[in-house]
Design a protein around this ligand. Structure first.
Ligand code: DGJ
Length: 728
């Protein structure tokens, strides 16, 4: 396992997969294989057809069968006869754009490479190996180093590229994608995750069409509308069988995934920063680093693929004190009060919550400046004395005295026109000279690509975090970015702005999380509009959606779970009728749905009946017991809540001794037929006792025969079954 080089053939082997490429006699780096381990050089599968109208490289002389337009390539370029979609493109001072990359050398190092200024998978030296392959253009002084991180035990390969200008003149990098994956064989289907605000990450599956299909964001964030992941599968792939390949881009800004199904029925996937909002002037002697892509592959369906991504993201992307430990059960006042709160109201909410066992109060939007509504105050990060007469310190002390930790909401990258910050620094808001800026939720976006803006935010946020005993930050972002223009950049470099925005955001997050290592940071973007692996590098959890309806959440969390671990999904129990849908669901259903994430509450618990309060106490106690199983165990999607009348999911501990099944039966029918759910991931030879009635089943019976869903009454009915292995 690990990296092996045979001549000029590279074998990147993980426990169950092989990634293979070869620098051929012309120095072209061909992609040979990404799939199950085969134990051999896969070049024998390559075909060299003369399909006509596909050119031949000059050094192939009169060989009409050697064409870059038909071969699987490791990092495709433009301008030299590969007419498929390129991964990289540069423009020289003379206006030409060709790049002909040929193999130069390689280097293998223990451990996992890192990327300056960008989030990347990290690992101990014994857990990973890095191979760096250097390619050089045949005519210019551009070099590209392709970096691969191999994490054998995780079945994960990472990729990133470095573009280096060794010449004496600047060049313009127009495209610098992180991934180029050619898959010459098979009919593949594409599952992509689309949505909108409050409806994030709905899987949509379809066969590839000839030509180019893409998912992308130009919004300055990874977006609610598309997610920066790719899932390709062979026809017929299911949760438990079939081949699939997944890729996750660790990037929180404008991205682009393009998939081309070409004239020879070959598939190419490229993925990286969106070319619509990107170009970069690469000065002599400088290097450009692309964001990282995490790749994984499975021949046993989506479930295995998800398990691989869950593990690597939880253990090797998320960082900090809260990475592996159970997070506090929090209560957030947003849906309880919106902007209408003051110290007394918050303390009342905290008091009620403390009595029921909650760990932390989070004060949401509205505590600063003149923020009585969403039309003003953003940027004025000092306490609104009318609402909080004793300041943050006074409020936090009262909350702490109740036995609760305290958390706070911020939206640092934004500014309201009605704010002291905007009055002092109108030039910090993004706007194109001579045009009125586009408003969204009444607010403008700060030009994060400016260092002075970042420094201001670091000081302002540090002041808040040092002013009281604050244990948690919810970092929000409530609009898409438009009107891209930065006063700090010359005309020719305006398209650097969107990437610089993300780089400065990462830098700010790095500075703050390092300065305040005990604070838990939760990402947010109007719910799940920036739910990506880049943010998870700084914030181990992200508010999954502004939709808190239990039924809707089963779908949103189902879609999110294909790539992201359960511990990353911010999820709360809220009031009924639900504020987004008007739907009424049982409290217990809201509880088990919120447990499939970082559990918390989003309502005033004082308004519950005594019976409901008892249920809340029970939910918190259960979550304290089940939390480690939910977050460290393996997660199984036992139904598809978009297609079936129920959502059923299961957590199994890594030693297969503890099993928790949760379900929501959406609609009950009269004369209900009972059906068994077949569990997965158990030890077939173990015996398991169902806690609810003490009945004992064998692992084999539970996985092959299943367990009957209890008869239920009503709609959105919760089902909970907990099983534990017993000594035979
Ligand atoms: C959007 C978030 O997702 C909500 O939870 C809340 O924090 C609001 N913003 C506050 O403006």
């Amino acid at each position: 396992m690990g990296v092996r080089v045979d001549g000029r053939t590279f074998y990147l082997e993980t426990a169950n997969t092989l990634y293979q490429m070869k620098a051929d006699e012309y120095g072209v780096l061909k992609h040979l294989w990404y799939g199950a381990k085969t134990g051999q050089d896969m070049e024998y599968l390559l075909d060299y057809p003369d399909v006509g109208f596909s050119g031949n490289i000059y050094d192939a002389e009169n060989n009409r069968n050697y064409s870059l337009d038909t071969l699987p390539l490791e990092y495709a370029t433009e301008g030299i006869g590969d007419f498929r979609i390129p991964a990289v493109g540069v423009r020289y001072p003379n206006g030409a754009s060709a790049l002909d990359l040929r193999y130069e050398s390689y280097r293998i190092e223990p451990g996992k490479y890192s990327i300056p200024g960008l989030p990347a998978v990290y690992a101990e030296e014994y857990e990973a190996e890095t191979v760096a392959i250097t390619l050089k253009d045949t005519a210019s002084d551009i070099r590209v180093v392709l970096k691969y991180g191999v994490l054998p035990a995780f079945d994960v390969i990472t990729r990133s590229a470095v573009i280096i200008n060794d010449g004496t003149q600047a060049v313009m990098v127009n495209k610098a994608h992180s991934l180029c994956l050619d898959i010459p064989y098979g009919h593949w289907e594409w599952v992509h995750f689309h949505g909108r605000w409050t409806k994030e990450r709905e899987p949509e599956r379809r066969p590839l069409l000839h030509g180019i299909q893409q998912s992308s964001s130009k919004r300055g964030t990874s977006s609610h509308q598309q997610n920066p992941v790719v899932l390709l599968c062979r026809e017929g792939c299911t949760e438990t069988s079939g081949t699939c390949i997944g890729a996750v881009l660790m990037y929180s800004g404008c991205f682009q995934t393009q998939i081309e199904y070409d004239q020879l029925n070959q598939t190419r996937v490229v993925m990286g920063m969106n070319t619509h909002t990107f170009s970069w002037e690469l000065k002599p002697g400088n290097s450009f680093y692309t964001p990282e892509v995490i790749l994984s592959q499975s021949t046993t369906g989506f479930e295995t693929l998800s398990h691989q991504f869950h593990r690597v993201i939880r253990e090797h992307v998320c960082r900090g004190k809260y990475k592996m430990i159970e997070r506090p059960v929090l209560i957030n006042n947003w849906e309880a009060t919106y902007f209408d709160f003051n110290e007394d109201k918050l303390v009342e909410i905290a008091k009620g919550a403390a009595e029921l066992g909650v760990d932390m109060l989070v004060m949401d939007d509205g505590w600063f400046g003149k923020r009585d509504s969403d039309s003003k105050g953003l940027g004025d990060w000092y306490v609104n004395q009318e609402k909080l007469p004793n300041g943050l310190e006074g409020l936090v002390k009262k909350v702490n005295d109740l036995g609760l930790q305290f958390g706070i909401w911020v939206e640092p990258e934004m500014v309201s026109e009605d704010s002291d910050l905007f009055r002092a620094h109108p030039e910090w808001a993004i706007q194109i000279p001579g045009r009125k800026p586009t408003r969204s939720r009444f607010q403008l976006v700060l030009d994060m690509s400016r260092k002075d803006v970042q420094d201001y935010l670091f000081d302002a946020l540090s002041r808040i975090l040092s002013s009281a005993n604050i244990s948690y930050v919810k970092w929000d972002f409530n609009r898409s970015v438009s009107d891209w223009y930065s006063e700090a950049l010359p005309a020719a470099r305006q398209k650097e702005m969107s990437h610089r925005f993300v780089l400065e955001l990462y830098d700010l997050l790095e500075r703050l999380t390092s300065a305040f290592p005990n604070v838990l940071f939760e990402g947010c973007c109007g719910g799940g509009g920036r739910f990506d692996a880049g943010i998870l590098y700084y914030c181990p959890q992200i508010w999954c959606s502004d939709d808190t309806d239990a039924f809707e959440r089963t779908q949103i969390q189902y879609g999110t779970s294909f790539f992201y671990p359960i511990s990353a999904m911010g999820s709360h129990v809220s009031a009924v009728p639900n504020h987004q849908t008007g739907r009424v669901t049982p409290l217990k259903s809201r509880g088990i749905t919120a447990m499939s994430g970082s559990f918390g509450f989003e309502l005033d618990l004082n308004k519950l009946t005594d019976e409901e309060k008892e249920e809340v106490k029970l939910q918190i106690a259960l979550f304290k017991e089940y939390g480690p199983l939910i977050h460290n165990g393996k997660y199984y999607r036992l139904s598809d809540p978009f297609r079936e009348k129920y959502a059923i999911w299961e957590y199994v501990s890594r030693d297969a001794k503890k099993v928790l099944v949760h379900a929501l039966i959406f609609r009950t029918e009269p004369n209900m037929l009972r059906y068994p759910i077949r569990l997965r991931g158990l030890d077939p030879d173990k015996k398991y006792r169902l806690r609810e009635d003490g009945v004992i089943y064998s692992g084999n019976a539970l996985m092959n025969g299943g367990i009957l869903i209890p008869k239920v009454w009503g709609d959105y009915v919760p089902v909970e079954m907990y099983l534990e292995a017993i000594d035979a």
